[in-house]
Design a protein around this ligand. Structure first.
Ligand code: SAM
Ligand code: SF4
Length: 334
C-alpha cells in the first residue's frame, strides 16, 4: 500500500471500476432478480452524480483507468447522459462505458453518444420473443431490439451479453451468433453465477465450456490474446464478429481480476461474490478529502480476496441440452 496504487495483497493491480448508479430495474430477469423483488435503497442513500464524479476523480491518481456504469438498469437513472458527459471531462480517465438491458436505448443512444460514451454492453439472452419474455418477465423484446438498432446507428462499439441457462438451446446460441455476425459485433456468453437472489443451483448452470464446444462445432474460431480481460475471446473466421466466453465458475479468472465495484449506495465491493464491503457514503457526506477517499479504496482493494468462494466447485458438464428441452427457464428465478 506504500506507493498509493490500487493493489491487493496478491499483487493484482486494479484499473477498472464498475459503478452501479441505481439498484432499480425495469426487467426481472430470472437469473438476477428474486421472485419477490429486491428491497430498494432509500433515495437519500444513493450516491448523487456529484458524489460519483468526486469519487472517480479521486481514484484516477491511484490507478483507475476505466469506468463502467451499471445497475440495476442504469438508464432508469434520470439524467444519465449528464453523468457520462461529466465523467468524460475527467483527464486521464481512458474509458467510460455502459452495461444496459437496452430497453431504453432507443430513447438515449444519441444523447449518450453526444455525451462521449465510449461503448455499450447490452444483455440479450435470446432472439426468440416468447423466450425473452419468460427470461426477463417483461414484454420489452421489440423495445430492446429497437434499442440495439439505435445504439448501432449511433455508432457505438457494442457487445451482447448472454447468460445461458439450462434450457438454452443450440438454436438460441447459433441464432445469437448469426446476429453478432450480421451486425459485426462481439457476443459474450456469461456463466450463470450464484449471486444473491438469483435462485442459483449447480443444476441450472449451462457450463460455458459446453457452449464453447457447441460454437466450435459450427464456426472456425481464432483466438485473441486475453490480457486481463474477463472473456476469453475469439474472432469468428471469415467475419467481422467476435465471440467471448466468461466462465467464472468453470474456468475462474480471479488470478488476473483488475476490478473493483462501487454500489449505488456508496459501498466499495472488492469482489462481485464477496459480502465484504467498505462504506464510502457516510465518509463522503462527512466531508472526506480526496486522500481519505483514496485510503478507503486502497484498503478495499488490498482486502480483495484471492478468489471467489465457488472457484473450486465442480459444475456438472456432461449433460447435453437438446433443442427440445427448452422449457426449464421459467422456474429459474426463485
Ligand atoms: N441491467 C443491466 C443489464 O442487464 O445489462 C446492467 C446490470 S446487470 C446486473 C449486468 C450484467 O450481469 C448483465 O449482463 C447480466 O446478464 C449479468 N447478470 C445478472 N445476473 C447474473 C447471474 N446470476 N449470473 C451471470 N450474469 C448475471
Ligand atoms: Fe435488470 Fe440487468 Fe438484472 Fe436483468 S440482469 S434484472 S436487466 S439488472
Amino acid at each position: 500500500m506504500q506507493n498509493r496504487k490500487l493493489v491487493d495483497r496478491f499483487g493484482r493491480t486494479k484499473t477498472y471500476l464498475r459503478v452501479s448508479v441505481t439498484d432499480r430495474c425495469n426487467f426481472k430477469c430470472v437469473y438476477c432478480m428474486p421472485e419477490g423483488g429486491i428491497e430498494k435503497f432509500q433515495r437519500d442513500d444513493i450516491l448523487s452524480f456529484e458524489e460519483i464524479e468526486k469519487i472517480v476523480c479521486s481514484v484516477i491518481p491511484i490507478g483507475i483507468e476505466k469506468v463502467r456504469l451499471t445497475g440495476g438498469e442504469p438508464l432508469l437513472r434520470q439524467g444519465l447522459p449528464e453523468l457520462v458527459a461529466s465523467l468524460k471531462k475527467i483527464d486521464q480517465l481512458q474509458q467510460v462505458s455502459l452495461t444496459t438491458n437496452g430497453a431504453l436505448l432507443a430513447k438515449y443512444s444519441d444523447q449518450l453518444k453526444q455525451a462521449g460514451l465510449d461503448s455499450i454492453n447490452i444483455s440479450l439472452d435470446t432472439l426468440n420473443p416468447e423466450r425473452f419474455e419468460r427470461i426477463t418477465q417483461t414484454p420489452f423484446f421489440l423495445q430492446t431490439m429497437e434499442g440495439i438498432e439505435a445504439a448501432l446507428a449511433a455508432g457505438f462499439p457494442l457487445k451482447i451479453n448472454v447468460v445461458p441457462l439450462k434450457g438454452t438451446t443450440l438454436e438460441d446460441v447459433l441464432d445469437l451468433i448469426q446476429f453478432a455476425i450480421q451486425h459485426q459485433i462481439e457476443i459474450r456468453f456469461i456463466e450463470f453465477m450464484p449471486l444473491c437472489g438469483s435462485g442459483w443451483s449447480p443444476e441450472k448452470v449451462l457450463p460455458i465450456p459446453m457452449i464453447r464446444s457447441w460454437v466450435e462445432e459450427h464456426f472456425d474460431l481464432q483466438s485473441i490474446e486475453r490480457g486481463r480481460e474477463v472473456a476469453e475471446s475469439y474472432k469468428i473466421a471469415g467475419t467481422q464478429a467476435q465471440v467471448g466466453f466468461i466462465a467464472s465458475l468453470s474456468e475462474p479468472f480471479c488470478s488476473t481480476c483488475n476490478r473493483l465495484r462501487l454500489s449505488s449506495n456508496g459501498k466499495i465491493r472488492p469482489c462481485l461474490f464477496s459480502t465484504l464491503e467498505f462504506d464510502l457514503l457516510k465518509k463522503l457526506r462527512d466531508g472526506a478529502s480526496t486522500e481519505e477517499i483514496q485510503n478507503i479504496f486502497l484498503w478495499g482493494a488490498w482486502n480483495k480476496p484471492e478468489g471467489h468462494p465457488y472457484r473450486k466447485m465442480k459444475i456438472p458438464s456432461s449433460e447435453k441440452t437438446s433443442s427440445s428441452e427448452g422449457a426449464l427457464i421459467r422456474n429459474i428465478g426463485g
